[in-house]
Design a protein. Structure first.
Length: 136
């Protein structure tokens, strides 16, 4: 079970056609791969969360384009896509008093899924998952 830290950037976007395209173009132009994206829309604006698997900081690109951004570390976990895996992962974190504040993910046709988790202590969660779930 591969597990690692990734960066998440949270920004506000207007709820208009083309806004998301212009936003993700910043990542494409910088050669940064987006590994996860989630959004919540409220009336005329939305919150977009983008997770990237990149060593370089992205916040300067976003602020340079006029965005106010919040950068956080997330846990990226690749799990087997079968019943009970999410329960096992969340139970281990909960039993170790690590709170999950945001989760999103998907599975693919190779029978694996990727979860992206914001947690109360990303470094500790990484250690716990490696020791208690055999994460690599």
């Amino acid at each position: 079970m591969p597990v690692k830290l990734v960066k998440q950037y949270t920004v506000f976007l207007p709820n208009v056609p083309g806004a998301l395209s212009k936003f993700v173009e910043l990542f494409a132009n910088a050669g940064i791969n987006i590994v996860g994206i989630a959004s919540e829309i409220r009336d005329d604006s939305g919150v977009v969360r983008v997770a990237v698997d990149a060593d370089k900081k992205v916040s300067h690109i976003l602020t340079g384009a006029g965005f106010t951004t919040i950068e956080t570390s997330m846990i990226s976990v690749d799990l087997q896509d079968r019943p009970g895996q999410l329960m096992r992962l969340t139970r281990v974190l909960g039993e170790n008093r690590i709170n999950i504040t945001t989760v999103y993910g998907t599975s693919d046709t190779a029978q694996t899924g990727r979860l992206l988790l914001n947690v109360s202590d990303a470094e500790r969660a990484l250690e716990v998952l490696k020791s208690e779930m055999g994460a690599k």
